[in-house]
Design a binder for this molecule. Structure first.
Ligand SMILES: Nc1nc2c(ncn2[C@@H]2O[C@H](COP(=O)(O)OP(=O)(O)OP(=O)(O)O)[C@@H](O)[C@H]2O)c(=O)[nH]1
Length: 355
């Protein structure tokens, strides 16, 4: 029997991984396979999944909807060989993926259709930032249009009046989707899981032709902002919105306080072009990993899992945005190393502009 598939989509930083953990924790007895797709070369999300029993396949450095579409077929093939070991497949897309392209094999490839069936497409929107994302990028509208259920997330950051207006906007873009609201302390999980895709509605690939919402200034050319820098020479542009990712990996200890200060300054001056920072940080003065995240201008640094004796002490950081300049980011991070000598470890191991 075909396994249910949930596709979890939503723009960069909208809260997909956070919701995913809540969904997994809510369904403890159910066995999940998970495909984690990340735009940057360094996959971070897999490390943030809280349930240790999940069968995770990580696909980094591209999008399943385009550059990694063949890899998706390979992964689905491998998963179909071990179908007995899980009850449901969840695919967390990158924040810039077009979910309708990811759905293609599920609708067009007989072997995939035999093994898997899309149960629902959940699209998260960041209540605070979605209007900007609809205005400045092409991806958000495609994600919202293809959803069966739209979760307006991070409602803790907006007013009820604004939420009512946002609901109307989202209904205009996708009148067929159910629109729910919530935030990380109060997700409407039962309602989300109650939504099941009506396959008869989706004989074609695109559920709806995206219609432009009536937002002030929507789809006008974004106002020119000071660029963080020019694109690194070796960076390839993804097909979406000219966004690039730059990944770093260090074994040398980073000083969290310095890092926080530098990243705050970076966001202050270049936040408009810097859509996302995420990383797992090694600071040798702390017993645990630290997880750094930025979405819009908001930067958070929270403690993660403690380092175990055998764990490789390594920091991994991904920046996603427009016109990112690798050399400047590298210089900035170089100023964040811990002061004291760090015997036995190397400096920058790898710095890889990707896509
Ligand atoms: N205030 C607030 N913050 C949230 C909420 N949900 C998630 N966040 C924060 O938003 C940031 C991004 O959350 P993620 O779950 O990593 O977002 P994502 O969509 O998986 O990110 P990408 O995979 O990079 O696109 C993290 O710092 C979260 O703690 C929420 O409901 N309210």
């Amino acid at each position: 029997m075909a396994k249910d598939v949930t596709i979890l989509t939503g723009f960069l930083g909208s809260g997909k991984t956070t919701l995913l953990n809540a969904l997994l924790n809510e369904q403890v007895g159910r066995r999940f396979a998970l495909i984690e797709n990340e735009f940057g070369e360094e996959g971070i999300d897999g490390e943030l999944i809280v349930r240790p029993d999940i069968d995770i396949t990580e696909l980094s450095n591209g999008c399943l909807c385009c550059t990694l579409s063949n890899n998706l077929l390979d992964v689905l093939d491998a998963l179909s060989q071990r179908q007995h070991s899980f009850d449901e497949l969840i695919i967390e897309t990158t924040g810039i993926a077009d979910p309708s392209n990811i759905a293609v094999p599920f609708m067009m490839v007989p072997a995939v259709q035999e093994a898997f069936c899309i149960k629902r497409v959940i699209c998260l929107v960041d209540a605070e930032l979605v209007e900007d994302q609809l205005r400045d990028t092409e991806e958000a509208i495609g994600q919202i249009s293809f959803a069966d259920v739209i979760l307006i997330n991070k409602t803790d950051r907006v007013s009820p009046e604004y939420l009512t207006r946002l609901r109307t906007t989202l209904n205009e873009i996708n009148p067929l989707a159910e629109v729910l609201v919530g935030h990380k302390e109060a997700y409407p999980i039962a309602e989300l899981l109650a939504v099941v895709r009506d396959e008869s509605e989706t004989a074609g690939i695109a559920r709806l032709t995206p219609t432009r919402p009536n937002l002030p200034g929507a789809y006008s050319t974004p106002t020119a902002q000071p660029q963080l820098a020019e694109a690194p020479p070796k960076a390839h542009h993804h097909r979406h919105s000219n966004l690039v990712s730059v990944s770093f990996r260090f074994t040398k200890s980073l000083d969290l306080t310095r890092l926080y200060h530098r990243l705050t300054t970076l966001l202050l001056f270049h936040g408009k072009d810097l859509y996302r920072i995420k990383g797992v940080i090694y600071d040798r003065s702390r017993a645990e990993r630290w997880v750094v995240q930025s979405v819009g201008q908001t930067l958070t640094l929270v403690d993660g899992a403690p380092w175990q004796t055998d764990d490789e002490r390594v920091s991994r950081l991904v920046f996603i945005g427009r016109g990112l300049k690798t050399a400047e980011l590298e210089t900035m991070l170089g100023q964040c190393f811990s002061k004291e000598p760090d015997a036995g470890s190397s400096d920058l191991l790898r710095q890889t502009p990707s896509l």
